[in-house]
Design a protein around this ligand. Structure first.
Ligand SMILES: NC(=O)c1ccc[n+]([C@@H]2O[C@H](COP(=O)([O-])OP(=O)(O)OC[C@H]3O[C@@H](n4cnc5c(N)ncnc54)[C@H](O)[C@@H]3O)[C@@H](O)[C@H]2O)c1
Length: 289
């Protein structure tokens, strides 16, 4: 259902690779809500992925940019403002990549060149795009910038590796830049900490299927899907959330506030055989709730 929440708004969406990408779903929703925007990704991703199909569907111009390259970002903002006919109102940073994860390096045996790359692509790129946008005065007053994060920025998750460090830095950049950009130009900056979501980047995390299952059982509302995340992004780009800034907003069905759920406990005991005091032979049945 569309509410015209972004009617007349212009934006830039980073990171739509294929139909599973969270950015892809955000672009579809932004289009439904009346926004015009450019789509951007690396030239390799634009060759390998399906972003051109999305651009056609959303009537969006495609601009290649490596988000770690300041000149590419300057070119992206210039071309976007030309194509859209003015400054932008919203930006989605939906970018993540770790060569250490890709190459299976253990967190206690990181390759530091890879770590630099992880941090540059997944976190410092957020600073770079904000710095370029501010210097070019490319975002309208009350504009909204959102980046996607994960709860491993605050808590330790097996297999998330150096992406956890990147996400901590990403969230910190959101706060630090949010202060400057908010005070000077009323631009708001937030990160959304999203549930595990089956995408190309998500699938690279070790034990991802089990993580999805665990998280689903732990969250009272279940995992938030990519489509749910798109809806949340739209609210943050809209004028309905004008005083929300410098926040890391958990969008995870309640996962981040849980310690242990009954569903997760039951599943755990199925694996162990029931050794609690409930007196039931069947580990799936419990007298306590
Ligand atoms: N999938 C999940 O479980 C999950 C959960 C929480 C947060 N996130 C975050 O959501 C964001 C989007 O990831 P996704 O899950 O949609 O996966 P995805 O693989 O579809 O998207 C990642 C995107 O990053 C782009 N990218 C990589 N290097 C780049 C560079 N140098 N310049 C510009 N773009 C570059 C890729 O081309 C790709 O489009 C990431 O920040 C990810 O960490 C994902």
């Amino acid at each position: 259902m569309a509410y015209n929440l972004l009617k007349g708004k212009r934006g830039i969406i980073f990171g739509a690779l294929n139909a599973d990408s969270i950015a892809w779903k955000v672009a579809e929703r932004a289009f439904e809500e009346g926004a015009t925007f450019t789509l951007t990704n690396t030239s390799v991703a634009l060759r390998m992925g399906n972003t051109a199909q999305l651009a056609e569907k959303c009537n969006a111009e495609l601009v290649a940019a490596d988000a770690t390259n300041v000149e590419d970002l300057q070119n992206l903002f210039r071309k976007s403002m030309e194509a859209l006919g003015g400054k932008v109102d919203f930006i989605l940073h939906s970018i993540g990549m770790s060569p250490n994860v890709r190459k299976g390096r253990h967190y206690s045996d990181l390759d530091y060149n890879y770590l630099q790359k992880t941090l540059d692509v997944s976190a410092v790129s957020f600073h770079k795009l904000l710095q370029v946008a501010r210097k070019m005065d490319a975002i309208n007053e009350w504009g909204s910038v959102v980046a996607l994060s994960y709860v491993a920025a605050q808590r330790t998750f097996y297999g998330y590796n150096d992406m956890a460090d990147a996400k901590s830095l990403l969230e910190s950049i959101g706060r630090s830049f949010g202060y400057i950009y908010g005070r000077e130009r009323r631009v708001r900056i937030n990160t959304i900490s999203q549930s595990p979501t089956p995408t190309t980047a998500g699938g690279g995390v070790k034990g991802f299927d089990r993580l999805m299952d665990f998280s689903e059982r732990m969250s009272p509302l279940g995992n938030a899907s990519g489509d749910d995340c798109a809806d949340y992004c739209i609210t943050l780009f809209s004028d309905l959330t004008r005083r929300v800034t410098m926040q890391n907003l958990f969008h995870d069905g309640g996962f981040s506030s849980m310690g242990m759920s009954l569903r997760a406990l039951i599943q755990y005991e199925k694996g162990l055989g029931c050794d609690c005091d409930c007196g039931d032979a069947d580990p799936g049945v419990h007298r306590f709730d």
